[in-house]
Design a protein around this ligand. Sequence first.
Ligand SMILES: NC(=O)c1ccc[n+]([C@@H]2O[C@H](COP(=O)([O-])OP(=O)(O)OC[C@H]3O[C@@H](n4cnc5c(N)ncnc54)[C@H](O)[C@@H]3O)[C@@H](O)[C@H]2O)c1
Length: 305
Amino acid sequence: MFVSGGAGFIGSHLVDRLIAEGHEVVVVDDLSTGVQAHVNPKATFHKMNVWSDYKKLYKLLQREKPDVAVHLAAHKDVRASVDEPIHDAHMNIIGTLNVLEGMRRAGGGRVVFSSSIAVYSQDADLPITETSEVEPSSPYGISKFAGEMYMWHYSESTTMACISLRLTNVYGPRQSMEGAGVITIFINQLLKGEVPTIFGNGEKTRDFIYVDDVVDAMMRSMRVAWCGELVIGTNVETSMNKLLQELQGILGTHVTPQYEESREGELYYVYADSAKAREVMGWAPKTLLSEGLHKTVEWFREHPL
Ligand SMILES: NC(=O)c1ccc[n+]([C@@H]2O[C@H](COP(=O)([O-])OP(=O)(O)OC[C@H]3O[C@@H](n4cnc5c(N)ncnc54)[C@H](O)[C@@H]3O)[C@@H](O)[C@H]2O)c1
């Protein structure tokens, strides 16, 4: 098994699960946001940039010939993608293409790609499903959609099997602050006694999914005989105000947030229905938000950022 971005938040959990199930795992990561200490010591680690170190990447894949590549390496900061779209395209579009091309040259296999609901239109009807209108509103969303199109191209033109998972907002232990999810930011601000900032009036919603459920979707994607895109979400929408209230309940704090102007390139209301993922690969989320938040808070209490 090959995991790009395996030192990152989702990737390191996936690597732990693969190792626990007895797989040999090769991890590639440039450590731009990832943490080497989070990579399971039973995995083989290579510090490598999937965009600029493509020759090394091809050689590695040709040597290892993995059955499956899970491609998670990406810059996932939506705001940074608006400020630096060319950098985003190098890392996210060319990086994805390099992994696909490397797998093709190594003899094929299956590729699982971590896409995002950022591919959808800001006006998409809710809940989001695979058939909702695609019209990315940020360079990050564009880069994910481009990655999906390349996944299609390789599925159609080679023997490779490619599945893209359009993830909603993933949270859990080990998420870093760089381009981090709001849950990680709020928890760490509250733990430090800081005032959390809410962009907009706090009624913007997100579909928060616990990392173990995403890892479970990735494990199933590696086995299912199917190609295409699947939405991975919980079908539950939670506003920023409600989220902060839940977290303050767990942490026992009573802080009034600071409200600031909304940010460009972000969807306003979001929740996503994964009926198709259930049909295709028997996947459904298992972790309730309150349960996932408790686990995440416990982890950050012991590992404050
Ligand atoms: N976390 C979420 O809410 C979410 C939602 C939708 C999609 N995704 C996607 O899931 C994937 C993993 O996200 P994450 O939350 O674990 O982020 P993360 O930043 O923790 O992990 C990404 C990893 O990729 C590495 N990386 C980045 N660019 C690289 C490059 N060019 N070459 C090699 N390594 C590189 C980073 O060092 C990091 O370890 C990303 O593709 C992201 O776009 C995440």
